[in-house]
Structures are given as C-alpha cells and as structure tokens.
Ligand binder design. Structure first.
Ligand SMILES: [Zn+2]
Length: 390
C-alpha cells in the first residue's frame, strides 16, 4: 500500500518533470492544463520536488503591475548521468551528461591492455574521478550510470550473453559497475538506448531502430514501451535465416543468418584494397570513398544488400507497425547507395504502413549519440522522490 502511494507520487512527479525537462519553466496552472493532473496534485508534487531542490520557483516580469504567478523550473543542470560506452573492443568511452542531455565531459580511453571486466570497471572509475568529475557543478547529484555493451543483458541472471567482445560474456556488468560507482546501474545494447532516445525526442510510441555495424541489433519501442521479452532477448534479429545459405554464421554456426551477410566484416570483403591487419573502421571510410567514386563497380553488392535489408525491414514493419524506422550504424553510411533496392521491397510488402505515413531515416551516430540514450534511460528509471535513490 505504501509502495503504491510512493509509486504514484513518483509517477506524477515524472509527469510534471517531463513537461519542463527540455522546455521553459511553467506555472502550476499550465502544468495542470498540459498534464491533466489536478492543481492540488501539481502543488503537492511541486512542494515535494522543491524540498529536494529538484525544482524551484522562478519569478519573472514586473511585479509592480500585479501579482505574477511564479513558474516552476527544473534544475536539470544539477542532476547528472555517467555514460560508459563499451561497444568497441579495446576502448572505453566515458561521458557525463546533465538531464537536458548536455554533454559536460566526453572522452575515449585505450583499454586494450586490460584483461577483465573488473579491471575495466576500476579503470573507468579512476578516469572518471581524475578527469570527468571536475566538469560537474559543485552541488551535482549523480542519479545513475548507464553502460552500453555489444551484448544482450539477460534479465533473468543480470549477466551478459551473446557478447561480440568475448571478455564480457557472462559478466554481471550491472552489479560490477553499480558496486564500483555506488550508483544505480543500467546495462543495455546501443540499439535499445537509441530506441529510448528517439522515443524521448520524437514522442512516438512505435519505433524500430535497426543498428548494423559489427553485429545486427534492433531496439523496438512497441505501444510506448521498450520490447524486451521474458529474458531480455526480445527483438533479436541477427539469426533470422534469410541470408545467403552458403554463408556460415560466425556466432551461432548455422547457415544463412542475416547478420553474417550484412555485418561490417562481410561488406568489407567487397573492398578491393582490404588488408586483414588494418582496423575495420579506417578501412570502412576508405571503402565508402571508393563506392562514391565508382558506384557502378559495386552494383551487385549494393543491390543484394539493399534487397536483404529491405526483406529484414519488411519483416520488422509487418510485425511492429512502427511510425518511424531508423537505420543506424555503419549501414547508415551505405544506405543512400542502396536505398532504391531497400524501398523496392518495402513498397511491395509494407504498403499499408507506408500509406499511413511510415517514414525511414538513416543516421550514423558513432559514439556521441549513445550518451543521450543512456541519459534518457537513466532519467526514465529514476524515482526522484525516493531519497535512498539519490
Ligand atoms: Zn547465426
């Protein structure tokens, strides 16, 4: 019963905070009108939030003219989130953002000499204290830490599975970082963080974010919530068997998995100057230049990849009926060259959704954008009125 009351208060507090998180301060009357909460509820919530210094009254205008109602302002600059990006092997990215997703600190560090996840967590804490902490305002309050991993977070045992970086496989990453930083921790893959970020910005309830880089990941917002499934495996498409039946999937060992054909490594096999020993990322940039200059040479690859991406896209559109479909990762660079082949499949198979305004966007957001998704996720998980959470 007490929990229900606290939950309800936190829920209402978030409704109020959502209205002023990215916008101008509002009067209680405006908050009440925009949220549908009663003026009494808004007043109570604002008093609770004021006591915790999360919001404050802001007076403006000329007081001699008459009584000017004060506006409620959110101290987004005081409440911070730590973002950790472990997507790329041998690198850790650390960022500090405030609750308006403004990045106060962002830097990547070489961790290729570190062997275990424990060492990496300790190193991240050290770098955070030495470099990032000084960017925060004096009265800063960290509300949580989010870790982006190239793996699935298994909700049943809180460990990572299906990790494309071997040393993270089976690691209880959430407990590890939570203990190390003394903060609530949240672990997820970049597609899910991206989906949450798009959901926050666009206020859309049905979104598919397809991220194709070293792996193939999908983040799905379905009816306003992130799709997870029973164990957290929901929305996985890497092993959908619609790819080349002669290609063996390096991770599951089956033939024809779509990931084996669309992943970075396979696409790079079409790059005439490919060198095994050079980093993939550098070669990808060169390969893209090569395609831009001599597009006709790569038509068979572009046609096949566009067709396959269109087949996967049409499966996802038919299953989830999104209003926005985002393609991100390295595939976003290639997308303009294969868009016609992609849309050919979508137009054939998803005409109902297209007629209702389904739109597609390709955007590449190497590291940067992930921290906004982490910040939005930690903000969503935050119960501002629970003192033990702060
Ligand atoms: Zn597979």
């Amino acid at each position: 019963m007490i929990n229900d009351v606290v939950d309800l208060k936190n829920k209402n507090a978030k409704i109020v905070m959502d209205l002023i998180r990215f916008g101008d301060p509002l009067t209680k009357k405006e908050i009440s009108e925009q949220s549908g909460l009663s003026i009494t509820t808004v007043s109570t919530i604002c008093s609770d939030l004021k006591a915790l210094e999360i919001v404050s009254d802001e007076k403006s205008g000329n007081s001699r003219v008459g009584r000017i109602p004060s506006r409620i302002a959110f101290h987004y600059e005081r409440f911070l989130v730590i973002g950790v990006d472990l997507q790329t092997d041998g690198t850790v990215g650390i960022a500090v953002t405030n609750l308006r997703n403004e990045i106060l600190f962002c830097h990547s560090y070489d961790i290729s000499s570190l062997e275990t996840a424990e060492e990496i967590a300790a190193f991240t804490k050290e770098q955070f204290l030495a470099n990032a902490a000084s960017c925060a305002p004096e009265d800063a309050c960290y509300i949580g830490i989010g870790i982006s991993v190239p793996a699935i977070y298994d909700a049943t045992n809180a460990c990572l599975v299906s990790s494309s970086i071997e040393k993270y496989e089976g690691v209880p990453m959430k407990a590890l970082f939570s203990r190390c930083f003394g903060l609530p921790a949240y672990v997820d893959n970049s597609s899910n963080f991206k989906a949450i970020s798009v959901h926050t910005i666009h206020k859309l309830d049905n979104i598919v974010c397809l991220d194709i880089s070293q792996g193939t990941g999908v983040g799905i917002i379905c009816n306003g919530g992130l799709l997870r499934g029973k164990n957290g495996y929901g929305g996985e498409v890497a092993h959908v068997p619609i790819g080349d039946p002669s290609l063996k999937c390096p991770s599951c060992g089956s033939y024809g998995c779509i990931e084996a054909e669309l992943q970075l490594e396979h696409l790079l096999s079409f790059y005439p100057d490919f060198v095994e020993s050079r980093p993939f990322y550098a070669q990808w940039t060169d390969f893209m230049d090569c395609i831009r200059k001599k597009q006709e040479l790569f038509q068979p690859m572009l046609k096949r990849s566009g067709y396959l991406l269109g087949c996967l896209g049409s499966i996802l559109v038919n299953l989830f009926d999104p209003s926005l479909f985002i393609i991100s990762g390295y595939m976003a660079d290639l997308f303009p060259f294969l868009e016609d082949h992609f849309m050919g499949q979508i137009e054939k198979r998803c005409s109902l959704s297209l007629a209702r305004g389904l739109t597609f966007q390709a955007e590449n957001y190497h590291s940067g954008g992930i921290y906004e998704g982490i910040c939005d996720t930690i903000y969503n998980e935050w119960s501002p009125l629970d003192k033990n959470n702060r």
